[in-house]
Design a protein around this ligand. Structure first.
Ligand code: NAG
Ligand code: NAG
Ligand code: NAG
Length: 941
């Protein structure tokens, strides 16, 4: 190879910039180009000056520099070539890395069986998991075949026994900002916000290889990522494809940015662009600077590309002339300008553009730009509206871009409000590639494979979902011949999983990068060996919903939650039935007499035959902003911020009928316990419990508990206003509670905060405190005992957040404080969460530590969109519980436990509180079929 090191960006950056007399004129010429016709008189003057001046003769130009410039012409004309040629070794291979035999694995190679037609492959035929061994050496996968004999391998080969576990290629996340923000987000280097058009900056310059998230991301099986600048700028800068092996402990020789680069040949370059809300918000200033609107953004793009086009033309003209007349006769040097160099390379086809673009106007304008300036865009990122306009995408110059998506993170801003969970499936059906990305830290890249898993659950074929985090992004990065598959000749980036990677809770057992093992003492969960998922093509079928009145009989129940089995119902046998009458659960079990009665009375009945049916109570969203905030970034769609003084009651701010509530309801989350606030776990005021499917607050059954519990924030969000520190916030709360404890009077006005504090100290109401830090939690434990000794009553405290609760689990249990984990899987998004556990193979599991200590637990969410995934989150806790949780107990983490920890009566007796599912609610692919209601049943078919 050799050539790519000489790509302009790198040698431009190192070329000595000694000013030359010619530069002065060049600048004038540039100015002229900008001023255009209006400056013609000036042009005449300049020409005259040049002609009459005592110009240095041509020979005064440095021949050496002219020749150097001429050599650059070859680079400018170079078209990147992905070498599929046989490699003797991987250039990233470190010689101390020994050969490895991974034996007895169940392998997803990333390709269909040989001989599968393209059409069949697209339709999902010919794909499968194969029982095989893998042998790696010199940083490459050497062979993938069953029964590789050790005697045929080098004597120093290390053996890894996979014991039948699933093995895939390393996960590729093509949208990450890892390493650009420091632990707890204290520092950020992801956006160069000095100007809207910064093609000349490079993400690599800000990447800190020592960020702890490199290790935790890799512990999710992610081996390679595209590290993009942020989306604050229309043109944000160059991106880099890096691998997550850092320093000697990961089998590298040094800790450096350079050592992370995935392709030492640097075949391709990458550029980040962004459309829409972000650049407008970052720059638009009336009368001062744009872009103020999408109109201005289109101009910013076109104007920049116009500069690049003329830059390219100048260079091409120079090179052509130098070729013709001979370089020593050239009267000027080759034009070199770092500002436009990267965009020039884009127009030369050397750079893979990745563009953050959500909406139809953004996508369509960008597609026009590609046609006007003739450059490719490889993927639209965020791309939440691409599923609506596949034909627009197909008009992109140079080939249809892929869509880099989240599975179900949506509604957080206007641009994301029209998103669909089925986007991936729809795009795939239109021959457009969906890939799944984290946008770390927006989602934790560690769990990007969970995005692919959910996409499968939402109807994307299984093989396409898995490709969406392996071979598809690899190909989009121009590295499809090297990474993303388990195939001889590919980089030895390999993950052995403890279960099917597209199942809830799937966790790597070990990860290799370039053949080097990444975890020296991996923590492995005790999980039974489970077969890979049998892809369910029915998931592609989108349900429609309707309302049923009268009797509905569900057959084929294989599970019913214990709360329904009290009346001697028999669900131990398969083919159990559930009978629903006017939305009420009337019978569960064999229901022989009830069925006979229905038959006898010839009641209008419909029967729904379930394949693996589940009957559960409704799931509960605790502490989210469901019903109070619809679009996170738009305050007009919120009830509003909590106030520091007085008591706000969430009931007064509820709005029904939003998409957030609808999605929660459709996912079986039919109860929401919501507290005042604008999202996140930090609330202040009195929460409400309500039905997510209700039409308004006055509808029968809409409100379960108008006043539920008193909430206070004690995370970093507590700092501000009257309590600038955590200590002052705790101090104020303590004195208020102690006041309430010693104050004998019962308040007349029961809606004041004082009255609520009184309810707390008398044990009539729970106090819900948001906190992540183990030290804040310690203060809360102390506060609880102080108040209890003052009032001689037990008080009820619930902590929401709890990233560091595992550090103080025994003390929490001893003081009877319940914890609602939100998020379930923390990733140090704030300083007070930095000691949260990210899970195996790197750390133990937080839920398990808390369960072992005997802490009462629930699972909440940090962001409203996640409420739809509560079942899956409980599934993750179950899968990783090593037997600590039964199925019912896992379900209760997002249900009955909230009633218990708040001291409410479990709504066991509510005959409307039930959900029928097809497939397990705790597994990918489980879907809601019916939900109880007052007088009617909502059915999905
Ligand atoms: C492969 O692993 C499975 C599951 O642990 C085990 O039953 C089987 O005996 C193993 N096969 C070999 C050849 O070791
Ligand atoms: C407030 O008073 C009303 C009416 O007396 C009562 O129904 C309600 O439960 C009280 N709320 C609290 C928080 O004490
Ligand atoms: C994980 O938990 C096990 C069992 O409780 C314990 O022995 C081990 O030290 C823990 N490992 C880490 C890294 O905390």
């Amino acid at each position: 190879m050799g050539r790519p090191e000489a790509l302009p960006t790198y040698d431009d950056a190192t070329t000595a910039t000694t000013p030359h007399p010619w530069l002065h004129r060049r600048q004038k010429r540039k100015t002229l180009r900008v001023l255009g016709a209006a400056a013609m008189t000036y042009l005449a003057y300049t020409t005259f000056k040049i002609a009459t001046n005592t110009e240095p003769p041509i020979s005064s130009l440095s021949i050496a520099k002219l020749q150097e410039d001429h050599a650059v012409c070859a680079n400018l004309r170079h078209q990147p070539v992905e070498s599929g040629a046989h490699r003797d070794h991987n250039k990233r291979w470190v010689k101390s890395t020994k050969p490895v035999l991974i034996s007895n694995a169940t392998i997803w190679t990333g390709e269909p069986a040989t001989g599968t037609s393209e059409q069949d492959a697209r339709a999902g035929k010919g794909w499968g998991w194969i029982a095989s061994d893998v042998f790696t050496d010199r940083g490459l996968i050497i062979s993938v075949q069953p029964s590789i004999k050790l005697k045929d391998l080098p004597h120093n080969t290390e053996i890894f026994e996979a014991n039948g576990r699933q093995l895939t290629a390393g996960i590729v996340d093509m949208h990450s900002h890892a390493g650009l923000e420091s632990l707890g987000n204290l520092q950020s280097d992801d956006n160069e916000l000095s100007s809207d058009i910064t093609p000349y900056v490079r993400s690599l310059d800000g990447i800190d290889p020592l960020q702890p998230e490199f290790e935790s991301i890799k512990s999710g099986g992610v081996t390679t990522s595209l590290f993009l600048p942020g989306s604050g700028n229309n043109i944000g800068g160059e991106a880099f494809v890096l691998k997550f092996a850092v320093g000697p402990k990961n089998g590298r020789t040094e800790i450096s940015q350079q050592d992370l680069i995935a392709d030492p040949d640097r075949t391709w370059r990458y550029l980040k662009m962004a459309c829409g809300e972000n650049p407008k918000r970052a720059y638009g200033k009336v009368g001062e600077r744009g872009p103020f609107s999408r109109l201005g953004e289109a101009w910013e793009f076109r104007h920049a590309l116009e500069q690049a086009r003329s830059y390219v033309q100048d260079q091409d003209d120079w090179c052509a002339k130098a070729d013709t007349v001979g370089v020593d006769k050239m009267e000027s040097y080759l034009r070199r300008d770092l500002q436009w160099e990267t965009l020039g390379a884009v127009l030369r086809g050397q750079v893979r553009v990745n563009t953050h673009c959500y909406t139809i106007p953004d996508l369509e304008a960008f597609v026009r730009h590609t046609n006007e300036f003739k450059f490719r865009v490889y993927a639209f990122h965020h791309a939440h509206q691409t599923y609506l306009v596949p034909e627009v995408l197909k008009r992109t110059w140079g080939g249809t871009p892929a869509a880099a998506l989240f599975a179900d993170n949506m509604y957080y801003k206007v641009e994301a409000y029209t998103a669909s969970e089925r986007a991936g499936a729809i795009l795939y059906a239109h021959n457009i590639t969906p890939t799944y990305v984290s946008d770390n830290p927006v989602l934790n890249s560690q769990h990007v494979v969970f995005e692919a898993a959910k996409a499968y659950g939402y109807g994307l074929p299984y093989h396409a979902a898995l490709a969406g985090v392996t071979s598809a992004p690899a190909e989009l990065l121009g590295l499809g011949h090297r990474i993303g598959k388990v195939k001889s000749g590919f980089d030895a980036d390999i993950v052995v999983w403890d279960s099917d990677p597209l199942s809830a809770g799937a966790t790597p057992v070990q990860v290799w990068i370039d053949g080097a093992k990444q975890f020296s003492e991996p923590i492995e969960l005790k999980k039974p060996l489970t077969p890979a998922i049998q892809p369910d093509t029915d998931l592609a079928h989108e349900y429609t919903t309707r309302i049923a009145r009268g009797a509905v009989v569900f057959t084929g129940l294989s599970y019913s939650h214990s709360s329904f089995v009290s009346n001697g119902a028999d669900v131990s046998q398969k083919h159990s039935v559930a009978i629903i009458t006017d939305g009420k659960l009337a019978c569960v079990g064999t229901c022989t007499s009830e069925l006979a009665e229905l038959e006898a009375t010839r009641s209008a009945t419909q029967t729904i035959n379930l394949k693996d049916g589940y009957l559960t109570p409704g799931l509960v969203a605790f502490g989210s902003s469901l019903g109070l905030a619809e679009i996170d970034a738009e305050s007009d769609t919120h009830d509003g911020p909590y106030v520091e003084q007085g008591t706000t009651s969430a009931l007064d701010g509820l709005s029904f009928g939003g998409k957030q509530l609808m999605r929660a309801f459709e996912h079986g989350v039919i109860r929401a316990f919501t507290a005042p606030g604008e999202g996140g776990i930090d609330s202040r005021g009195v929460s409400v419990a309500f039905n997510t499917g209700a039409k308004n607050a006055l509808e029968e059954g809409a409100i379960l508990y108008p006043e539920l519990a008193l909430h206070y924030p004690l995370t970093l969000a507590a700092k501000g206003g009257k309590t600038p520190s955590i200590s002052s916030a705790i101090g104020l709360l303590r004195s208020q509670l102690l006041d309430a404890a010693v104050d004998g009077h019962t308040e007349k006005l029961n809606t004041t905060e004082k009255a609520w504090l009184k309810r707390v100290v008398t044990g009539d109401s729970a106090l819900v405190l948001s906190a992540h830090s183990a030290d804040t939690i310690a203060s809360i434990i102390r506060l609880k005992s102080q108040v209890e000794s003052a009032s001689s009553q037990k008080i009820r405290i619930v902590i929401i957040g709890g990233a560091e609760a595992h550090l103080i689990a025994d003390e929490l249990a001893a003081s009877n404080i319940a914890v609602v984990l939100a998020p379930l899987l923390p990733h140090a998004q704030s300083w007070d969460q930095r000691r949260g556990l990210t899970g195996p193979p790197l750390t133990n599991v937080s839920t398990n530590i808390l369960l072992d200590a005997g802490v009462d637990l629930g699972i909440g969410v940090e962001e409203t969109w996640e409420t739809r995934d509560l079942g899956l989150l409980a599934g993750i806790a179950l899968a990783n519980s090593e037997g600590r949780l039964s199925f019912d107990e896992a379900l209760d983490l997002v249900g009955a436990n909230f009633f218990n920890i708040l001291g409410l009566e479990v709504s066991k007796s509510d005959p409307h509180d039930w959900v029928v599912w097809e497939g397990s609610p705790l597994e990918i692919g489980g879907r809601v079929k019916a939900i109880g209601g007052v007088g009617s049943t909502t059915i999905w078919k």
